[in-house]
Design a protein around this ligand. Structure first.
Ligand SMILES: Cc1ncc(COP(=O)(O)O)c(C=O)c1O
Length: 340
């Protein structure tokens, strides 16, 4: 985050004017703030900047209040997987919190692809953040005239080091947001419930936490949707209590093509503990087998055959579809919606 300084501090490019003052920072202060030289180029405030120079105002309500939304997308084999669907969900989240994204959806797609291209990404993880932008120290979003779109793309992201052998999960005491609070369908910058659940998992020596809804049904994991395999079908909870995960959607469609019976149906911890198999899934994590929940082995405690099939089909699908990154395309600039 940029330290707000007096107007006498050196200014950056013309586009910096949209965000107010931008201090001239030395290498020492970069190190102190943890910026790393290999974090690539970041799209922020309508321009591509080095990660060291990519910053937002400390008055940004995304920072002050978690007032904003985000998306996580993956690129495989030189293509961005399910790009349009992710951007559609980003705009749905924005609409729900009445946040105006300063670009059209098609242009945000182009910015994502261009961010990948400029960072030389063939396989990697892309993060979009849209904040309410800078305002005053009160909560009123009307004081934030300009939303901020940030796009980052990095070649690697490992969510669970134990994933290949299957992860151990506990049930958190923290409940997933109720649908009548901040809807779990909004991929908002407010992840504190989920972070508290993850801290609980860390404290209890587990890899991840399941979160229940207000009625005690299984909702999802802290950053992933959840599936179980019973003797009857592949089950995942309906999305009123969890994020409408793109990976979840993809797996439900894959199950159909694999001839695996799949249902969206509420279930309890009892169903999880007695399931034959379980896995969690998300763009970042991909498909991750769960081998124990609350110290109870799932099935025989090994990765089950349905999970193995789903992982194989998912891996094949993601590598064969998506919007091409076109590494040799000429550079593009995107400044629409910004006062440059
Ligand atoms: C709370 C939550 N649930 C589920 C998911 C999985 O969603 P997707 O498959 O769209 O990445 C995420 C992804 O970030 C998440 O944050």
């Amino acid at each position: 985050m940029t330290r707000e300084t007096s107007p006498s501090v050196a200014q950056g490019t013309a586009s910096d004017g949209a965000r107010g003052s931008r201090p001239d920072r030395g290498a020492a202060s970069e190190t102190a703030r943890g910026s790393r030289p290999n974090d690539g180029l970041v799209y922020v405030s309508g321009a591509f900047r080095t990660s060291a120079d990519a910053s937002v105002s400390v008055f940004d309500h995304g920072l002050l209040y978690g007032d904003g939304i985000f998306e996580g997308i993956r690129a495989y084999n030189g293509r961005v997987f399910r790009l349009e669907r992710h951007i559609e969900r980003l705009f749905d989240s924005a609409r729900a919190i009445r946040l105006e994204i300063p670009h059209a959806p098609a242009e945000v797609c182009d910015i994502v692809v261009e961010t990948c291209r400029r960072n030389g990404i063939r396989d990697g993880y892309i993060r979009l953040v849209v904040t309410r932008g800078p305002g005053d120290l009160g909560i009123d979003p009307r004081k934030c005239p300009q939303a901020e779109l940030i796009v980052m793309a990095r070649p690697t992201l490992t969510m669970y080091s134990a994933a290949p052998a299957g992860i151990r999960v506990i049930t958190s005491t923290f409940r997933r947001n109720a649908p009548d609070a901040t809807s779990p369908s909004i991929k908002s910058l407010n992840y504190l419930n989920n972070i508290l659940a993850r801290i609980e998992a860390n404290d209890r020596g587990a890899d991840e936490a399941l979160m229940l809804d207000g009625q005690g049904y299984v909702a999802e994991a802290t950053v992933d949707n959840v599936f179980i395999v019973t003797g009857h079908a592949l089950l995942t909870p309906p999305t009123a209590t969890n994020l409408k995960g793109v990976t979840r959607e993809t797996i439900l469609a894959l199950a159909v093509s694999l001839g695996i019976r799949a249902e969206e149906k509420p279930f309890t911890l009892f169903d999880v503990w007695t399931a034959r198999e379980a896995f969690i899934c998300g763009t970042g994590a991909e498909v991750v087998p769960v081998v124990s929940v609350d110290n109870r082995p799932i099935g025989d405690g090994a990765i089950g055959p349905v999970t193995v099939r789903i992982i194989a089909a998912y891996d094949e699908l993601v590598r064969s579809q998506g919007r091409p990154i076109q590494p040799d395309a000429p550079p593009r600039e995107f400044v629409a919606g910004y006062r440059v």
